[in-house]
Write a protein that binds this ligand. Structure first.
Ligand code: FAD
Length: 357
């Protein structure tokens, strides 16, 4: 029997806790400052679209590639998870190649990406199917997750497996060792603290930075998803549309602003986001312009980007094993099962006593 404390109740913490809690030999406690249902600038997961638009290069595709089958299974067989299949179109412009958004979406915008054999119905658009402003484009079947349903769904699955969920605020990662629900010392701590890994004692990872994403959530129904490589409104502005499952609204984005911690929506940016969305997809308002958008809310989320790449790793801190799972940037959902499987492997490793030679 092993006592495990997972710190974090975003998509990374909950997915990891779910996989760990499937093993009857693991007793899992989830502790977090923010929980499903909260909206806070320190808590990224509720703000996400969230869809599956791979961005990792082929060499680093393990996490995203191995996540697709489970998201597809949930979309197909588990309606209560709040995930549905959606057609998606990506439009690329050559002039975005060196911009922040162009670099971020490089693999997604490729006409020959590694994921062409992973997602269904991948196809390259013909010239007549492109926007006048785009140089190439692709389409495929993706999924879109209603985060307001999916995060509570994950928490519910963890509870069903016997995990215990508690609110706690840590100032140092080692404090988690004494917060297992059994009151015994934790054998392993799993660190899924997202952006706050940059501020948490014992971790203080200065490589983790916010990449600000402003969004507008509307009631209008586009019928499909759209992503672009960039816009003419600045090299950190982008245009995307994602329609969430089960009445979750449609997310219009967005921005990709590195190092920007601003939590408040900028009204001018919001206007540009809505204008671009209606321009690229007039069907959103039946050709009636942005005045016909019905706004649910404006929002800002901070993507937890780790400049040197996601951290799935183990280390001993204060005498307790810590397995890290943070720094997922803009792909935390679409890499969630892959990363969590990586954590399960590391947890198994640290709990398996080394054979003496
Ligand atoms: C606008 C926007 C759109 C996005 N769209 C997509 C998309 O379409 N697809 C996709 O895959 N990804 C998308 N993302 C990215 C995705 O949202 C993130 O990668 C993901 O949510 C990160 O999850 P996380 O669990 O690592 O962090 P978080 O969700 O931030 O969770 C961190 C958890 O750790 C807890 N915590 C932190 N520090 C402490 C502490 N000291 N004590 C106690 N608890 C602590 C917090 O309370 C919280 O529970 C998007 C992001 C944004 C902003």
């Amino acid at each position: 029997m092993a006592n495990i404390v997972v710190v974090g109740a975003g998509v990374s913490g909950l997915t990891t806790a779910l996989l760990l809690s499937k093993n009857p030999a693991y007793k899992v406690t989830i502790i977090a400052k923010h929980m499903p249902g909260d909206y806070d600038i320190e808590y990224t997961s509720p703000w996400a679209g969230a869809n599956y638009l791979p961005v990792a290069p082929e060499a680093g595709n393990r996490w995203e590639k191995s996540t697709w089958p489970e998201l597809a299974r949930l979309a197909k067989d588990v309606p209560e998870a709040g995930i549905h299949f959606q057609d998606t179109i990506s439009y690329a412009r050559q002039k975005d190649a060196d911009s922040a958004t162009g670099q971020w979406t490089k693999e997604l915008m490729s006409t020959n990406p590694w994921f062409k054999n992973v997602v269904p119905d991948f196809r390259v658009l013909s010239k007549s199917q492109l926007l006048p402003s785009s140089d190439s484009g692709t389409a495929f079947t993706s999924v879109c997750i209603n985060t307001a349903i999916y995060l509570p769904y994950l928490a519910g699955q963890c509870l069903k497996n016997g995990a215990v969920i508690r609110r706690e605020i840590l100032t140092h990662i080692s404090e988690a060792a004494s917060l297992h629900h059994s009151r015994a010392k934790a054998d392993v701590i799993v660190n899924c603290t997202g952006l706050l890994a940059s501020k948490l004692g014992g971790v203080m990872d200065k490589d983790v930075v916010p990449v600000r994403g402003q969004i507008v959530v509307v009631r209008n129904d586009p019928g499909f998803m759209v992503a672009t490589s960039g816009t003419d409104d600045g090299e950190d502005e982008i245009c995307y549309i994602m329609q969430r499952a089960a009445g979750g609204g449609t997310v219009l984005g967005g921005t990709y602003q590195k190092g920007n911690w601003e939590s408040q929506p900028d009204p001018n940016q919001a206007l540009r986001i809505m204008k671009r969305a209606v321009e690229i997809c007039p069907a959103l308002t039946g050709g009636k312009g942005i005045e016909a958008l019905s706004i649910i809310r404006h929002g800002v989320g901070l993507r937890p980007v780790r400049l040197s790449g996601v951290r799935i790793a183990k280390e001993k801190i204060g005498g307790t094993w810590v397995v890290h799972n943070y720094g997922h940037g803009g792909w935390g959902y679409q890499g969630s099962y892959g990363c969590s499987e990586g954590v399960v492997e590391l947890v198994r490793e640290v709990l398996t006593p080394k054979a003496k030679l």
